[in-house]
Write a protein that binds this ligand. Sequence first.
Ligand SMILES: Nc1ncnc2c1ncn2[C@@H]1O[C@H](COP(=O)(O)OP(=O)(O)OP(=O)(O)O)[C@@H](O)[C@H]1O
Length: 272
Amino acid sequence: MSIQVRGASWWAGGSRIVNRVSLEVPVGGMLGLIGPNGSGKSSLLRLIAGLRAPSEGAVLLDGRNITGLSRRDLARRVAFVEQEVSTEVDLTVTDVVALGRTPHRSAWGGSRDGDGPAIDHALRCAGLVDLRHRRWHSLSGGERQRTQIARALAQEPSELLLDEPTNHLDVAHQLELLDLVSRLPLTSVVALHDLNLAAMFCDAVLVLSGGEVVADGSPGDVLTEDLVRRVYDVDCAVAHEPDSARPHIKFLPPRRRATGTPHATAGYADRA
Ligand SMILES: Nc1ncnc2c1ncn2[C@@H]1O[C@H](COP(=O)(O)OP(=O)(O)OP(=O)(O)O)[C@@H](O)[C@H]1O
């Protein structure tokens, strides 16, 4: 197994945010982490990235507890793109992507032969070649997101962790990015809100609710109407294409309570 989490919990502010989570991702596999807001996806990703230590349990890479890896060794193999990344310094796109090479540089910071090709490859993969000289502060939200993904790819990791990588991207870039991640020869864990994107691209999905794993397995087995209702309190119809095991989820409008207001927000129809 490339990534294993064994009974990991993490406490913060007197609450157990991640509750005895176990998971396994085989080499080359792509795991989708899904669950409502505040269910613990980002916290779990930070444990896997080694940015936080579990209060109990363990995270293993290739069977080795990450507490036994040096920061540098961990940074060489695990790339993590968090949800909101900003920089105070006004770097160019290429400068930001080049930061991905830092763990591969020698102690005195000299660049290595592989840096240039790795940076070029990452820029091409993220569709940023034409933007390579642009300054970070001039980029749109989606362009910044793609720059951070390129930085992670330039790191040439064996494990890639992405926290909602599609949230600023238009539909074409969402599809391109997840297609790219699913085809790259690396192991990935990707937190996603879009259940249909998770169903389309992930080999397996793991559903968190209140910090606990409530389901895991193939998208076809896990993403059922019952699961979506239990976890999100949303009605849906799940269709299966005849030539694909991957489900497609059609969400239904919020049910109305006895008062006439839907679950989440007042409907536009009420205001019309
Ligand atoms: N350092 C912290 N101290 C206290 N509570 C925290 C801390 N970090 C996270 N939490 C809480 O833990 C819960 C899980 O947060 P987390 O960001 O992991 O969820 P998430 O599933 O990624 O959410 P979202 O989908 O909204 O991004 C939230 O209720 C959050 O407020």
